[in-house]
Design a protein around this ligand. Sequence first.
Ligand code: SAM
Ligand code: SF4
Length: 337
Amino acid sequence: MTQSGNIQELRDKFGRVHNYLRISLIEKCNLRCSYCMPAEGIPLSPKAHLMSADEVLEFARIFVGLGVNKIRLTGGEPLLRKDIGVILEGLSKMPVDLSITTNGLLMDRHVDNFQKLGIKKINFSLDTLKEERFQQLTRRTGFQKTLDNFELLHNKDFDLKINTVLIKGINDDELVDLVNMTKDYKVSVRFIEFMPFDGNSWDRSKMVSEKEVLDQLGAHFGAERIASLPNEDNFTARKFKIAGYKGDFGIISSVTNPFCGSCNRIRLTANGRIKNCLFSNQETDLLAAMRAGENVENLILESILNKKAVRAGMDSMEKLSDPALHSDNRSMIAIGG
Ligand code: SAM
Ligand code: SF4
C-alpha cells in the first residue's frame, strides 16, 4: 500500500491506482448463459466457504480504507441472495459510488429498495431482443419479464447501461436493433467482446471486433451520423452516439484492444478470494485469512503488486487463444464480470 499525502491507495508496479472493487455475491444464477458457464453448471463452493453479509461489509470497509471509492456488486445473479437488502443497506452508507450488474429478472422485487437507498446505477445484461434467442442463449425462459423490468427501471429514471455480449452468428445481426434502443431510451448499450473462460466454448472466430461493429453500424446509419464520444477516466468502453438519439453505445474490446493500461479494477469472488485481473488464475484467500484473524491489508497489497501489465500475462492473441492458458481460470459466473 502506498501513501499519497494522507490517503492510502492501492498502486501497482505500473503506477495504476486501484480504486474500483467488484464484489461477487453469489456463484448461483437463475439463467445459464452459454458464454458464461457450461451447461452442466459449475462446482459450487460449500455455503460455509462463502462470504456472509457481515463479511462482505467488513471487506468493503477494509477496501475503502485502502482507497476504494467505487464498488460494483455482481455474481452469479446478485439479486438471488436472500440477504441482498442487508448488503445494499450497509454499502449504501459507505463513501462509495455503488452499482450492480444484474440480468434484471428479479429487479421488480427490489426496485423500491434501490430507490429508497438511492442506488441508481444498474448494468442490465441483455443479449438479444428476440424471445427464442434469449431461451437459446440463457437456456432458460424469462425474456418478457426481463424486458418488463428494463422498462420499469427506465420509467423510474435509473442510470441504466445494457451489457450485450456479441457472438458471431448468434446475435451480431441485432446490432442495429440494439443501437436503435438508444433512440428513445436514455441508456448506454455496451457491446462486450466474447471473452474466453473455462467451459464457454470460446474461439476467436466467434468474436465480433470493434471494427466489424462500427462497419456494420456505419453501413446502416451512415458513418457521418456516428459521433465518437470522449473517453471517461479508466474507461472500459469506447463510446459513440447516433446523432439525435437520447442514449449512446460503447464497445468493450477486452480481447482485441484491451484497456489494461488504465485498469483500476480489483475483484473479490463470492468465496472471498481476491483476483487482481479478470483473466488471472492467481487468487488469494482473503476470507480464510480474515477468519483466522490475519492481516488482510497486506495480502491485498501483495496481490495488487503481483498484477501483470496486460491480461494476467496473456499479452498476445496467441497466448489468450491458448486453452491451456485461458481455461486455467474460473468460469465467468464464478468470477463476477
Ligand atoms: N448475472 C449478472 C448479469 O448477467 O448481469 C451478473 C454476473 S455476469 C457474470 C456479469 C457480466 O459478465 C454480464 O454482463 C455478462 O454478460 C458478462 N459476461 C459473462 N461471460 C462473459 C464472456 N465470456 N465474455 C464477455 N462477457 C461476459
Ligand atoms: Fe447468470 Fe449473468 Fe452468467 Fe448469465 S451472465 S449465466 S445471468 S451470471
